[in-house]
Each structure stands twice: as C-alpha cells, then as structure tokens.
Design a protein around this ligand. Sequence first.
Ligand code: WTA
Length: 652
Amino acid sequence: MSDETLSNLLKEDRRFEPPAEIAEHANLKEEAYERAASDRDAFWAEQAERLDWAEKWDRVLDWDDAPFAKWFVGGKLNASYNCVDRHVEAGRGDKVAIHWVGEPLDDTRDITYAQLKDEVSKAANALTELGVQTGDRVAIYLPMIPEAVVAMLACARIGAPHTVVFGGFSADALASRLDDCQAKVVITSDGGYRRGAPSALKPAVDEARTKTDVVEKVLVVRRTGQDVDWDDAVDVWWHDAVDNASAEHTPEAFDAEHPLYVMYTSGTTGKPKGILHTTGGYLVGTSYTHWAVFDLKPETDVYWCSADIGWVTGHSYMVYGPLANGATQVMYEGTPDAPERGRWWQIIQDYKVTIFYTAPTAIRSFMKQGREIPDRFDMSSLRILGSVGEPINPEAYVWYRHVIGGDRTPVVDTWWQTETGMIMISPLPGVTHGKPGSAMIPIPGISADVVTEEGTSVPHGSGGYLVLTEPWPSMLRTIWGDDERFKDTYWSKYAKEGWYFAGDGAKKDSDGDLWVLGRVDDVMNVSGHRLSTTEIESALVSHPKVAEAAVVGAKDEDTGQAVCAFVILREEAGDGGEDIVEELRNHVRKEIGAIAKPRQIMIVPELPKTRSGKIMRRLLRDVAEHREVGDVTTLADSTVMDLIKDKESSGG
Ligand code: WTA
C-alpha cells in the first residue's frame, strides 16, 4: 500500500458508537480486557467451561516446548458431541441448527439439532464401516450442502482429522493435498449448483485418483443427479452407506490435543501448507469468539456466515463456533446473483437474519451494483455485521453499515488467519466504537503488537509488522508433516522474543488502534482468498512454452488484489501463438483452480532481477499498477524495465 493511500486512510475520522441496546446486554463488557490480561490462564479456563469435557484438564497451557503448544493438557472431549449431542440432551433438539438454502429456488431444508445428531451418527458409523479409524485422514470435497457439515462432524466424532478442499480447486490441487496428508477416503458429490447450472465435482476426484494412489474409498453424495463415472471397487453412494447406517453412535472422548483437521493454505513457496488444528483449544477459541465478537444470543439470533466451507472461515464460523454455541444459522449453497442479484438480501429477509458475516470483496461488488437492489428488501432484523478476509476500505465499511445495516448495526472488522483458527483483532460490538477501516484492538485474551524489523514496538502513528506476543488456544500446532517449516515460517523472525510473525503489515493510529494493511510476503489476497505468487509461478513454468514467470498481486478495485503475471517464453515457442495468453490463463486454472487465473499476463523478453538473481517484484507491481517505475539501481541490467515498459505500451 502506498504512503499516500495510507495517510488518506488514517485521515478517516468517522466514528460509530455502540448502540445502547447492544451495549447494555453485551456478552462481553469492557472489564474483560483487564481481567484477561491480569490472569490469562484463568481467563482461558473460564472460556473452556463453555464446553462439555469428558475429563477436565490439569493444566491450561503447556508452553515448555515452544512454539509447540499444548492447551488444556489432560482434558478429554469430543468435538461432535459438543456441537450436536449436548444441545439435544439439554432439551433443544427441536431447535433449528441449519436453515439450508439451495441455489435452485425453493430447494430448502431446515435441520434441527436432533436431526443433525442422527445424520452425524449415521455418517460416523458409515465411515467406520468403510474402514476409517481414529487418526486416519478424510478429505471432503463438497459443495455447500448440509452433508458437508455432517461429514466434518462425523470425522470429528470418530477422531479422523478432516481436510476440506475448496470445490473450486482443480484435480491437480486436490491430488497434491490428498497426497500430502495421505487421505484414505474422499467425500464428494456428483456436483453442485453454481450460477443456475449444475457443476460437476466427482470427475476432479476421479482425475486426482490417477495422480495419487492413497485413496481407498470415495463416498459420493447425490446432489445434482448428473452422470458420473463409477468404479465399484472404490466408489460408494452416500445414500447407500449413510442412510442405511444406524443413528446410534457413542462419541469417544479424545485428548484435547487430538488433531481435528488440516486446512491447506498458500504460503510463500509453491507447496501449500497443511495447517493443523487440534480439538480442545480450537473449540474453546472458536466458540468463545463466536459468542463474544458477534454478541451471540443463541435463543433469538439467526446467524449467517456467507463463507464457503472450504475455507477456514467456514470451519470456525459456520461449523465449529456456531454449532458449539447451539446457534441457529443459515447456510446457502450458491452465488449471490443466482437467480438474481438480490438473492442474499432475500435470504436475510426470509429468515430474519440478525448477524451477518461476509467479505469486503462481496461488499464492494454490491456497492458497484447500487443500493437499489438491497433497498428492495426488509433487512431490519439485522443487528450486527461482520467483515473478514482482507482490509475493508472505509467506503465499503460505511456503505455496508448504512445500506445493509440501516445505520443501526455495528460492523465488526475481524482480523485473523487460517493459522490463528479464531478471530484475534476485532471491535466488540457492545464495547468498542467503530472506525471504518480499522480492526481496532486484540480481543480480550489476545496480545498483539506492531513492531519494527528489530522487534521494537512502534509508537502510535507508525507502521511495522504485526506480531502475536502470547500463545492462544486455537493456534495452529504445526504444519502437517513439517515442523521445521512451521518454526521457520512463523517463529524464526522473532525467535528471541518468542512472537508469532503473522506475515501482515499494520499501523497503529494516534489512538493506538490497529489498521491491518495486507501481506508483507509473497502471498496475495484476491477476493479474500490467499494465493501464493510462487505457486502460480510454478504452475506457469510447468507449461511447455514457458521459460520463466514472475507473478505479482496488483491493486484491483473489485478483488482487492489481482494476479498479474510476467512470462518469458521458451525460444522454441516463438511468439507462443495468437492465443498464448488465454492458453496460459487456462493452464493456471487447470493446475490450481479458477481463483488463481491471472487477470493479466504479459509476455516479456526479460524479468527484472537483482545481481543475486532475485526477481524484483516491486518493479513489476509498478508496471501492473501503471505507476512510474521505482528505483532500478539494484538491477543487474537496468535497461530491462525499458523493455518491459515497451511491451506494455504496445499492449503485449
Ligand atoms: C488477511 C482468513 C485485514 C490478512 C480468515 C491475513 C485481513 C489473511 C483481515 C489470512 C482483516 C484477514 N483485515 N486483513 N479483517 N482478515 N485478512 O488464512 O492478510 O484465508 O493474513 O484467513 O487475510 O487469510 P486466511
């Protein structure tokens, strides 16, 4: 982010006080900050009491082997029991857990906690029947249908860590994830609905199986009814295996540190990182934050998080947090514009949603379409709005609050990561005033700071790196199969201080409130999705016509950042042919998925490199963002940028 944008941001001086009604009945009050800071262990122990433990812990935190944490040491619990059974046992079995809304109109299902318990139990029995044992990994590659939630909870119930792979990822991306965590079973569907049409999923699993042989069984949900290829030795229909299974299943209590799931996310190298979350601390962290940050009143609120289940937001704030809290929530299968642009607002009106959680990229696209669309709907039920995934620009924040929230609703801008598992920095809706563009301060129990390269806390009004200075219950425990990479990536930059390096830049304003500015590493944020420059570069270089590639994230009005690639072709490829750009874009789609498809590809004769051979992405970003190219004195060959600029002006 340029200094100019930054100072414009910091000039933002609109303030919104918490509404009296929310402040008065707020779940967490101002005093919680102080209380949490004065005795952290006691505060987290108090939060852990919101769960049902089969055996209580002896120690809140064991940090002796830092950065490898153990939380609630000696405690035992079952995550699925906590998300489902205990609500039924408490007499809330008839309460709706999920109002599911399919993309085709009138394709809806309301699922109560009692029904969810039966479904999860059946699926757990079916998985056991397929040979899944405690500790085995199960991959889930499903659209946004209730079976996705059921599958996750069934895995948790039998202690088989799940790895959910976003349905938009390609067969190649799926195969590398299956392989990395050695998934024994994949749960998928024939397809799902996307923009009014069925879109196939199973073929990607079939193709992935040709690239890795770890998978023994594929459990297939029938969603769209489209034709699928079938391998009798491997494929099993969900409706055969699950519907016929017993609804009786006794959940076993697992150690608090038993692995709950692995979620792959982009890092700074080509290989995605399998972020490992474990059971006790993760469930404490997600249920606490879902209750505190959204001020959840489970009896009256209707909550909706629009994230896909394939991302961490779907895990923490669609599955584990809300269900552990016994909330009633909406789950929507499709896109915001199917069959027409008001679909989301229609859903909010129909289900009287009170808490809505979405991403800035969505808000910006609605802003562009104009307020006439949301204005057609009655959204007076809304009382709290949330934002996640990337910095929310002040205009989008104010529009969200004003047009969607009718100026009544606080907006909680929540900063967190796949790695943190839970929301870390956010206003509390009944306590903190809102400042458009600022995630404000760490929530009670969390300690963060903005520091210099050397590790000194920056003064108010300055910027630096965002660090987390104390461990927290839902922190990642490691990178699956790679403890060294875990230590290197997050804990080596500030090893002396023992801080977690988040990879984000941030600024403290004159009040000491935090403004997260974006990644400081080679990770891009496109529509709230994390993508690695190196991963896309590797995909491009795997194309036979490509010799070298450099990828940068360029500022984009709609998607936050957009993927821009600079490609050098191999000599024998000549000019690559007329359709080379489209060919390469499609190649990236095939290798990774549609989300990674570059917005722009420039075929260039050279790339700007330092004398030590490092690509200077900063200069490429200048080109992609149509700026004057910055300082080129450290380039090995300073004329390279002229060649690239020439290509650009000729439209190359
Ligand atoms: C960015 C998503 C500014 C940040 C939960 C972080 C944000 C990355 C915010 C994590 C926010 C997320 N303000 N930036 N409120 N929320 N980010 O792992 O760069 O998909 O490091 O987790 O998104 O993305 P991830």
